[in-house]
Design a protein around this ligand. Structure first.
Ligand SMILES: Cc1cc2nc3c(=O)[nH]c(=O)nc-3n(C[C@H](O)[C@H](O)[C@H](O)COP(=O)(O)O)c2cc1C
Length: 166
């Protein structure tokens, strides 16, 4: 297998931290997905605004990624959980024609209510892709000591052919 790209969206840094740590374990490139118009809400307002984006199935326009996807055959996609599913920028990504014929690893951070995020992600992923694995991380600030072990253990569950070639 060829190169790995880790693509993630993060509003408040938790998913970014996980993405950066995975990058340090893998021989991977890292890229943050950013909507052109990021929400500005903090506190309770962010749940209302962000939740409404999810419910309305918004696909926000993204800043140019500047990525040559043909270089990668494995793409890790990371997101926070919003309203029991993945975030609107990830919906934009999945609905674009960029993620095709790839091996996919999905990861997400949440505060204890992931809902059926993995099922929803799969249902939006183009069928030409092949899932290698998925993992969620709950309240990472509360369990910082467990994070590295959990990540390393997860990498061991991925197909041997992938681990040997990364
Ligand atoms: C709009 C919004 C909706 C959220 N919905 C959920 C949810 O349904 N379940 C959950 O466990 N956490 C939910 N959260 C919490 C985030 O998933 C969690 O804090 C995550 O780690 C944040 O990642 P980030 O720092 O990378 O943005 C929500 C947060 C926001 C802002």
């Amino acid at each position: 297998m060829g190169k790995t790209l880790i693509l993630y969206y993060s509003y408040e840094g938790h998913t970014e931290k996980v993405a950066q740590m995975f990058t340090s374990y893998l021989n991977a490139d890292l890229k943050r997905i950013q909507p052109i118009h990021e929400m500005a809400q903090k506190g309770f307002g962010k749940y209302v605004w962000g939740g409404a984006m999810v419910v309305m199935k918004k696909e926000p326009e993204l800043k140019p990624l500047g990525i040559d996807f043909s270089l990668y055959d494995t793409i890790w996609i990371g997101t926070p959980v919003w309203a029991w599913t993945f975030t609107p920028p990830i919906l934009t990504l999945l609905k674009s024609d960029l993620i095709r014929d790839k091996h996919i690893v999905f990861f997400y951070t949440h505060d204890g209510g992931p809902g059926h995020i993995e099922k929803k992600f799969l249902s939006c992923l183009h069928p030409s892709n092949r899932m290698l694995g998925a993992i969620g991380f709950e309240s990472i600030d509360e369990h910082p000591d467990q994070l590295a072990t959990k990540m390393e253990n997860f990498i061991q569950t991925l197909p041997e052919s992938y681990r040997n070639n990364r």
